[in-house]
Design a binder for this molecule. Structure first.
Ligand SMILES: Nc1ncnc2c1ncn2[C@@H]1O[C@H](COP(=O)(O)OP(=O)(O)OP(=O)(O)O)[C@@H](O)[C@H]1O
Ligand SMILES: [Mg+2]
Length: 608
């Protein structure tokens, strides 16, 4: 077949109307069967040859204004397209790299063809050092779907989809591929459901409340107010007292340090007392704060005036005793560990672990709110004070919880910290990855700052409408597929990808899945559960606020509903770790295969 023959089989029709980037194409006439072959799907990439370029357009609508009544009766079919980009031709007329925008507009009567494989490759598959493959495009399995790392992480991106559509797997897939290419990356991932340690294993620093140290003095005033005062009535007096006393406690700590370590005065660590404010991240002791409260109470006489001091003191003492806050208030000695905290969170140096996973599961929501606020703020401030020299990606799962559209919900400082990254983070190298099941419940400004979006299946109309509102016609016609897409499929659009398109993500091997526990109810209900000691162990962990290690007895990985999964054996969980932590007894030899013992017998073994 000559190239002329090939292109004529790919011919679809001719342009009969053009307005801006929008054009109408009349499909060439023919038999019913021929018309069927010629009619493309929504989202198909078509091309128009112009003297200096190949203009590329995406099918956004199909219609038959005069439908035939009989099978062989001729029918008029038209398609609407949006021009999105072009492949400039070299001097020999061969297409070069894809670029957005159209410099040479097609005209009336121009012939329209399906894009060839080579042109699809040029348009979608960026084979450069700074692009990674995440899957393939739906139009042709052989064409990889590529993501441009700099465009994706230089700004912000979102992964949206109903529960179970594969958001977490997509996060794991994209981050893994990026970090394989950039092992010196810096990613901080907020893991509310404790699912990602399994996905990243040895390249992740897993930080949980049990091994975390986020000293309370790193909190800004709003955050400490939330913890110590909360939303109680008459909070204003308490807030004012705290505002007055915190700088005093900070100065007291500073003066003590200077007395104990006079050398400090001559070092770069020297902090000018005059620069200490209520938000300055310098250490102070909660015992000093209690002492100062006592001193003030000693000077006051009126009962009413004493009340806020008493409340604050009682709350501080209670929090110091509360094991859930141990990672903030638990340290007996207060030292200036700010650099160490930043080093661990933001992976500086990377030390082979470019991603820090912050496991927040099990913490009460008010603590999660404060922790998320502190981390987002630290990330932003770090970007500002380091002048963006270390780009950091901040991954926020369940983002609608922290930045809800409803202004009466959520925690103000958290909303502010995340919004600040969304609006200004780019200038300081801080990018956001927003993951959410409910785009309609997510603050619209956050979503509008996301320059790349992967939208997986979304059945809810409000969620679809939110996405449709902010995007071009071509991509919005693709969004019609949203309710019907399969697991692991997405419509991708924005700067991180070449063109808006429907893609199928690559299959993640089972040992790299997040342990999201897509429960097989029938599987669980077919087994006799629970074993002896099951409930006692749950109660033990619950009270000790200590989780099972990743992959507990309940987290049996499921056979994926997604593509073909390699036949991976379920990872053998180390069932004894939480008990070891509690009893500090030596680790028994890891169980494997048939030797795996029930949790109950292990508990007995360790106790004896
Ligand atoms: N790229 C993929 N490779 C392999 N399996 C996948 C992939 N995407 C999705 N799956 C399958 O889909 C299941 C659900 O995926 P995932 O946990 O990522 O969904 P989710 O959207 O994060 O759900 P939720 O909103 O409840 O957190 C996985 O357990 C896995 O079986
Ligand atoms: Mg998930």
């Amino acid at each position: 077949m000559t190239s002329q023959d090939k292109s004529s089989t790919n011919r679809i029709g001719r342009i009969v109307a053009v307005t801006g980037a929008h054009a109408v194409i009349l499909i060439d006439g023919g038999s019913d069967a021929e018309m069927r072959v010629k009619t493309p799907e929504i989202g198909t990439l078509l091309k128009v040859d112009t003297p200096r370029t190949i203009s590329l357009c995406i099918v956004s609508a199909l219609s038959s204004p005069m439908p035939s009544h009989m099978p062989d009766e001729p029918e008029t079919r038209i398609i609407e397209v949006e021009f999105l980009g072009e492949l400039p031709k070299d001097e020999r007329g061969a297409p070069m790299h894809f670029r957005r925008g159209v410099s040479c507009y097609p005209s009336l009567g121009d012939a329209v063809f399906r894009a060839s494989k080579h042109e699809l490759e040029k348009a979608y598959a960026y084979h450069t050092d700074t692009a990674i493959r995440v899957g393939h495009i739906s139009q042709d399995e052989a064409i990889p779907a590529m993501v441009k790392i700099d465009d994706l992480l230089g700004k912000h991106f979102a992964i949206l989809g109903t529960t179970g559509t594969g958001k977490s797997c997509t996060v794991a897939l994209i981050l893994r591929r990026i970090l394989e290419r950039n092992p010196q990356g810096h990613v901080l991932l907020l893991d509310v459901h404790r699912e990602y340690a399994h996905a990243f294993k040895d390249i992740a620093e897993v930080i949980s409340p049990a091994n975390m140290n986020l000293p309370f003095w790193l909190l800004n005033f709003e955050e400490i107010v939330e913890i110590l005062i909360g939303q109680q009535p008459n909070r204003e007096t308490d807030v004012e007292v705290l505002r007055e006393l915190i700088p005093i406690a900070k100065l007291r700590y500073l003066n003590n340090q200077r007395r104990e370590r006079p050398a400090l005065q001559r070092t770069r660590e020297q902090i000018e007392p005059s620069s200490i404010g209520v938000d300055t991240p310098v250490p102070y002791r909660s015992s000093d704060l209690i002492g100062i409260l006592d001193e003030h109470m000693g000077k006051l006489e009126l009962r009413g005036e004493l009340a806020p001091y008493k409340r604050l003191k009682a709350r501080l003492e209670a929090i110091n005793r509360d094991s859930r806050y141990a990672f903030m208030f638990g340290s007996l000695t207060v030292q200036d560990t700010m650099s160490q905290v930043l080093a661990r969170l933001f992976r500086i140096p990377v030390n082979g672990k470019p991603i820090a996973i912050l496991e927040l599961g099990g913490l009460p929501s008010e603590i999660i709110n404060v922790v998320v606020s502190v981390l987002a703020r630290l990330a932003f401030d770090f970007g500002v004070w380091s002048a963006g020299r270390v780009p950091i990606t901040f991954v926020c799962e369940e983002a609608h919880r922290y930045v809800p559209v409803d202004r009466t919900l959520g925690f103000e400082p958290t909303k502010r910290s995340i919004s600040r990254i969304a609006k200004e983070g780019r200038k300081y190298g801080i990018s956001l990855c927003i993951v959410s099941q409910r785009p309609a419940e997510l603050d619209a400004t956050i979503l509008s700052q996301c320059n790349t979006i992967f939208s997986m299946r979304l059945a809810n109309e409000r969620d679809q409408a939110i996405l449709r509102a902010g995007i071009s016609d071509a991509a919005s016609s693709l969004l019609d597929f949203m309710p019907t897409m399969g697991t692991g499929e997405a419509i991708s659009f924005g700067e991180g990808v070449a063109l808006p398109t429907r893609i199928k993500f690559d299959t993640l091997p089972a040992d790299e899945w997040p342990m999201s526990n897509t429960a097989s109810v029938t599987g669980s209900w077919a087994r006799e559960m629970p074993e002896e000691g099951f409930l006692q162990d749950i109660v033990l962990r619950w009270r000790a606020q200590s989780f099972a290690p990743e992959g507990s007895v309940f987290d049996v990985p499921q056979q994926a509903t997604f593509g073909q999964q390699p036949n991976q054996p379920a990872p053998t969980p180390d069932l004894t770790a939480p008990l070891r932590r509690l009893s500090a007894s030596p680790a028994p030899k890891p169980a494997n295969g048939e030797e795996r013992q029930s949790l109950a017998s292990l508990i007995r073994q360790i106790r004896s």
